[in-house]
Design a protein. Structure first.
Length: 482
């Protein structure tokens, strides 16, 4: 009987706020009940009294090839509780479809919450819609909370969803039916503690500063890309629209083994010519690495959840758009499984590139971590004496991505094989330009880390206000700011 957890409750307690009449053990875990009773005992409000809650839909007539219009947000568009700005990865709907979905058009100050997810790391992610985010709508896997009670700020609700007391309610109410999911009624039963307006304003100030740092981070990263493209004379490069190329047998199939017309589009030759004309020279990618390129595998022992201080499994889905990794969304592995795959584990400063599916996504390993890669990703250890790993990563994400697109094969699942990848060319950027690019990327990473610290501080301060007092929480904030 060791390890058995049992809870004894009256029928009235079982049925309270339990419209779906759940009696499963997950719903009545001691940890969940303790948090629930702690909130309820202090007469906290239900968030159905605080906000208007609506979920979206996924229109059947949506054009998946649409590249502009109104953004249709998906659950994976929220990473680290921030709405992404990866325009190339958004789904779009046209104005006609958006008009049909006008009741779920997002407004500034809406607080988003994922209510469907394959794992507990996806469901419960939250985000705040800013005044600069483009026009957007949501799928049925998300809800927006639109504040209607003047005693609550959207910034406070946004950060509360991320606290222990917010996430514990997600875990308790989410039903694992193939995927984890919540319905609108269940979201409406979330208990949100009422705290003073002054304290909420302090929390809002931290969040605003954190978001400002993210905007600066984006600008710094864009400057790094601009520096690289300027150095290669590719900043305002407009590739040829010509779709006809005349090649001899030796210049075409005899050299590449390819007969498809896409491979021979003049734009690729123009990019390659720019690189080969670079004044500081160029090399093959295999020549700027300190070890052979390796791809990974998918072990059977993967746990599809993030477990702190574990071993981790890296997929391209965890790559952010700014060369960073979403560490909190990594899957986990036990020690035995990790030891079996030591040859495909990553090291600090390795550059990762996706080679299957969405090709050319790039991330840098920025810290020491026990992690292995899957078969859709390659790890690259760069010779820093030739090219800095930050510069290498920026090149692969910009110019390199175009060259990878040329090399991809396969219709259902596009991929690039390692021999073709290793044979791609890369410029050896002059040292002064490398230094400037590296500084911009490092500044970008630093600003993102500072933003995360501010959001974590806001979260911990709210938890402290609930568990202890607002006065203690203010001391925590003041100590950080001091």
């Amino acid at each position: 009987m060791d390890g058995l957890e049992a809870v004894e409750l009256k029928l009235s307690d079982v049925l309270e706020d339990n419209d779906s009449k759940r009696i499963d053990s997950n719903y009545f875990k001691k940890e969940y009940l303790k948090a629930y009773l702690s909130l309820k005992s202090k007469e906290y409000k239900l968030n159905k009294n605080i906000s208007t809650i609506r979920s979206g839909t996924t229109p059947k007539d949506r054009d998946e090839n649409l590249k502009k219009g109104v953004i249709l947000l998906k659950t994976n568009d929220i990473r680290n509780n921030i709405l992404l700005d990866e325009k190339n990865n958004f789904f779009y709907i046209n104005k006609v479809t958006d008009e049909k979905m006008k009741s779920t058009r997002l407004k500034t100050g809406d607080v988003l919450l994922n209510i469907v997810g394959a794992t507990t790391s996806v469901i419960g992610r939250s985000s705040l819609v800013s005044d600069v985010f483009p026009k957007s709508n949501i799928t049925q896997a998300m809800v927006f909370n639109r504040i209607k009670d003047i005693n609550f700020l959207p910034e406070y609700l946004f950060i509360f969803f991320q606290t222990y007391y917010g996430q514990i309610q997600v875990k308790r109410l989410a039903r694992p039916t193939g995927q984890y999911n919540l319905n609108l009624n269940e979201v409406g039963k979330f208990i949100i503690p009422k705290i003073s307006t002054d304290f909420q304003l302090k929390i809002a100030s931290l969040i605003k500063l954190g978001h400002q740092n993210l905007d600066k981070r984006k600008a710094s990263y864009q400057q790094a890309e601009t520096l690289l493209l300027t150095e290669l004379d590719l900043l305002n490069f407009k590739p040829s629209a010509e779709n006809i190329a005349i090649k001899s047998f030796g210049e075409s199939f005899g050299n590449s083994g390819r007969l498809d017309s896409e491979y021979y589009q003049p734009k690729y030759d123009e990019i390659i010519k720019k690189i080969k004309n670079y004044k500081n020279g160029w090399r093959r990618i295999r020549e700027v690495l300190t070890s052979d390129i390796k791809s990974g595998t998918t072990p059977k022992e993967i746990k599809k959840e993030f477990i702190k201080n574990s071993n981790y499994f890296l997929r391209a889905e965890s790559f952010n758009d700014d060369l960073t990794l979403n560490y909190d969304a990594l899957y986990s592995l036990d020690d035995d499984a990790f030891k079996k795959h030591k040859n495909i584990t990553v090291q600090k400063f390795d550059v990762l590139v996706s080679m299957t599916g969405t090709i050319g996504n790039v991330a840098i390993i920025t810290k020491d971590i026990n992690a292995m890669i899957n078969q859709n990703v390659v790890k690259l250890s760069v010779n820093e004496e030739l090219i800095n790993h930050h510069v290498f990563a920026v090149f692969m994400k910009t110019v390199g991505k175009s060259l990878l697109t040329r090399e991809q094969t396969g219709n259902v699942q596009p991929y690039v094989n390692i021999p073709n990848f290793s044979n791609l060319i890369i410029p050896i950027i002059k040292e002064s330009a490398q230094t400037q690019i590296e500084q911009k990327i490092k500044a970008s990473f630093k600003l993102k880390a500072e933003s995360k610290q501010l959001l974590d501080l806001a979260k911990h301060a709210v938890e402290m206000a609930i568990e202890q007092s607002e006065e203690q929480a203010i001391k925590l904030i003041d100590a950080y700011e001091g």
